[in-house]
Ligand binder design. Structure first.
Ligand code: GLN
Length: 447
């Protein structure tokens, strides 16, 4: 906790530490060690963990890095958080993020950006920037983030940590503040593939409080030592030729492909012909779902209440204008427009059709391969303020978004520093839905 306090002055990764809660959890571990019952505590016994600030942990603030929820104290605990603690994790605190998870740099946080531990003049990525930075700086061994379009994998790539977005439905979303309910998925950041697999074992599985969650019965550690001999790994030529992919990132993905081949995997070219429409579909579906999910922050049921108003509409308007930052307001306005009568048929409905086509593309590709190798982000981390146009920022997720659209699993594996920027680069491994163990197997071999 003292190290977090010291390092946080530079990094601003933690919004809050848990103090006594962490000390009590640690005391339980000490007692178990003394009694010789540590093994009964679970796979994360004594492991320091921390959570993105859109996850409820009873008694702590859950701000989503928004002024809207600055004073909100959770009365309950999210299932993913509860399971991490039940597995023996020591909860250290809550981590900075882009406001309501809208962004790719953690610059939209109402409480100041998190800085990248590799170079504090650079962004950590986002929206789970605090979760990535905390693991990269050694302030927690495992953290949880959420990923709607890339928000676990891209900061994982920027900070050089393993970062997993499981198949939609593998981890319960109960108690995680919703952005896009059909896209959101919780997953771990860790320093090794094995640590990430252990964390997955702790948090995965059916939860009656989230009807989209499923029991998969996967032991994520089961095939880590198997190697990739006999595995068929897909590469997507269109991804490798994408405009904006920097030469240093491209080179790292090509190196990883060669490495997998040398280890005995078969490389197969696969096409995802509709994936180039994923970005357009996402920036329709995402804002529509966000608009709907953020309606509850109305200053009456939840959130900041602007003082002095005598009628409800002006209270709503002023509270949301002050409580939400610019990117959040942009998403809400976009969603409200896209769902309005007449407009809905032209955007929302076609976006859902595109979603089906992309899902079918992946299903066809997985008839030929066990796993796909791709870039995570087109580039390494950038300087604060460097990407100021929102649509340029949205391009950060050009290789991650189609996976949320289709609902399958994806993870970022650090593969060293880029030749030009000397900043961390991650490669993405993408699994068929509910076969997340495939990407873990390939990642463990590459690690
Ligand atoms: N960067 C994307 C966005 O701004 C994805 C965010 C996320 O995955 N939460 O919407």
């Amino acid at each position: 906790l003292a190290r977090i306090d010291a390092a946080n002055k530079d990094l601003n990764a933690f919004l809050e530490t848990t103090g006594q809660l962490a000390l009590d959890a640690a005391a339980r571990i000490d007692a178990a060690v003394a009694a010789g019952t540590l093994d009964e505590l679970g796979p994360l016994a004594g492991v320091p963990v921390a959570f993105k600030d859109n996850m409820n942990l009873a008694g702590t603030h859950t701000t989503c890095s928004s002024k809207m929820l600055e004073n909100y104290v959770s009365p309950f605990t999210a299932t993913c958080v509860e399971r991490t603690i039940a597995a023996g994790g020591i909860p250290l605190g809550k981590l900075n993020m882009d406001e309501f998870a809208f962004g790719s740099s953690t610059e939209t946080s109402a409480f100041g950006p998190t800085r990248n531990p590799w170079d504090v003049t650079c962004v950590p990525g986002g929206s789970s920037g605090g979760s990535a930075a905390a693991v990269a700086a050694g302030l927690a061994t495992v953290t949880l983030g959420s990923d709607t379009g890339g928000s676990i994998r891209q900061p994982g790539s920027f900070c050089g940590t393993v970062a997993v977005k499981p198949t939609y439905g593998v981890v319960s979303r109960y108690g995680v503040v919703a952005f896009g309910s059909s896209l959101d998925q919780v997953g771990p950041f860790a320093r090794s593939v094995e640590d990430a697999a252990l964390a997955m074992n702790a948090i995965a599985g059916r939860d009656v409080l989230d009807c989209t969650s499923q029991d998969v019965g996967t032991d994520f550690t089961a095939n880590l030592a198997e190697g990739v001999r006999g595995m068929r790994i897909g590469v997507v030529p269109a991804f490798m030729e994408a405009k904006g992919l920097t030469p240093e990132v491209k080179a790292k993905v090509e190196e990883a492909a060669e490495h997998l081949r040398a280890l005995g995997a078969e490389l197969v070219e696969v096409e995802l012909p509709n994936a180039q429409a994923a970005m357009s579909a996402y920036y329709v579906l995402g804002p529509c779902e966000a608009f709907s999910n953020l309606a509850r922050f109305d200053s009456v049921r939840y959130g900041y209440c602007d003082p002095g108003h005598t009628d409800l509409n002006s209270q709503y308007e002023a509270s949301r204008a002050v409580g939400f930052g610019p990117e959040t307001r942009r998403r809400v306005m976009l969603g409200s427009y896209l769902l309005s009568a007449g407009v809905y048929d032209r955007y929302y409905y076609p976006a859902q059709q595109v979603r089906t086509l992309i899902t079918q593309d992946y299903a066809r590709a997985y008839e030929q391969v066990d796993c796909i190798l791709a870039p995570v982000s087109p580039r390494t981390s950038f300087k604060f303020g460097e990407v100021s146009d929102p649509t340029d920022m949205y391009l950060s997720d050009m290789f991650t978004i189609s996976i949320n659209i289709a609902g399958n699993g994806g993870m970022s594996l650090p593969v060293g520093l880029g030749a030009d920027t000397h900043l961390p680069v991650g490669v993405q491994l993408i699994s068929p839905a509910f076969k997340d163990e495939n990407m873990f197997r390939a990642a463990a071999a590459l690690e």
